[in-house]
Design a protein around this ligand. Structure first.
Ligand SMILES: NC(=O)c1ccc[n+]([C@@H]2O[C@H](COP(=O)([O-])OP(=O)(O)OC[C@H]3O[C@@H](n4cnc5c(N)ncnc54)[C@H](O)[C@@H]3O)[C@@H](O)[C@H]2O)c1
Length: 251
């Protein structure tokens, strides 16, 4: 899909993978809306776009974000990058995991992604068809390799990301008749604020655990794949691992 004359929403766009993707989409001609709990105004100004603050899991926020994007230009792209990490055992030292801890992660990562997808698809379906394939929009979700290789302590996070993987094909199948594609990226270990909070030696050993290249992924590498997904109309209904062949060990 060509981006000139379209807007693109990037959730979680104020930081990490989302910020890098917002830069790439703006560079490719889209008017970018950063939708994040954090303030993305400075980055939005730099990109000539806009920012809106709120919680992706709230129905009203999805409506407001999509309406704001459509004010910029018809909505062509949604990239769901908003997410939270979590670590906690099902049976910890203090007994079973608090149900709230599990619910919080599912709510932001899975329900938040679906919430934005459903409202964005509604706006995209109203676009004029583009090109010989009649494309109207592209939705890129962010899972994680934890969806497949969840480690001890990742029950909540891995479940939330596996839900996104499971959402991808039925959403692509259903939205096909509207000319809207749905593709998910499952990143391995990337150098973002989520990861930079860890001690340097832990980051180095995590990087070295990647078969090739033996380092953390760069946000620009995630953004490059997101941009390719937008450009390549044949990519649809699939989750793509972006992980340097990393398969995570049980712990
Ligand atoms: N960094 C990695 O190694 C890695 C690996 C696999 C998957 N991921 C996934 O990639 C996505 C981006 O992660 P990142 O590393 O860039 O993290 P990050 O912490 O740098 O960025 C996440 C952004 O999401 C926003 N956010 C959190 N909850 C929100 C909510 N309820 N509503 C709106 N915005 C919210 C945060 O404010 C933040 O700006 C996440 O879904 C994460 O699970 C990251």
């Amino acid at each position: 899909m060509k981006l000139d004359g379209y807007s693109a929403i990037v959730t979680g766009g104020a930081s990490g993978l989302g910020a890098a993707t917002a830069r790439a989409l703006a560079g490719a001609g889209a008017s970018v809306l950063l939708a994040d709990l954090q303030d993305g105004a400075a980055l939005a100004a730099e990109l000539g776009g806009a920012a809106i603050r709120g919680d992706v899991a709230e129905p009203d926020f999805a409506e407001s974000a999509v309406a704001r994007a459509v004010e910029l230009a018809p909505l062509g792209v949604l990239v769901n990058c908003a997410g939270v990490g979590s670590a906690g055992r099902i049976l910890g030292r203090d007994g079973p995991m608090q149900l709230d801890a599990y619910t919080r992660v599912i709510r932001v990562n899975l329900i938040g992604s679906f919430n934005m997808l459903r409202v964005a698809a509604g706006a995209m379906a109203k676009n004029a068809p583009q090109g010989s394939d009649g494309e109207r929009g592209v939705i890129v979700n962010t899972a994680s390799i934890a969806a497949y290789d969840g480690q001890v302590g990742q029950a909540a996070y891995a479940s939330s990301k596996a839900g996104i993987v499971g959402l991808t094909l039925p959403a692509a199948r259903e939205l096909a008749r509207a000319g809207i594609r749905v593709v998910t990226i499952a990143p391995g270990l990337f150098e973002t604020p989520m990861m930079m909070g860890l001690p340097a030696d832990v980051q180095a050993s995590l990087g070295a655990s990647v078969p090739y290249p033996p380092r953390l992924g760069m946000p620009a590498e995630y953004a490059a794949l997101a941009l390719h997904i937008v450009a390549n109309t044949m990519l649809n209904g699939e989750t793509i691992r972006l992980d340097g062949a990393l398969r995570m060990a049980p712990r």
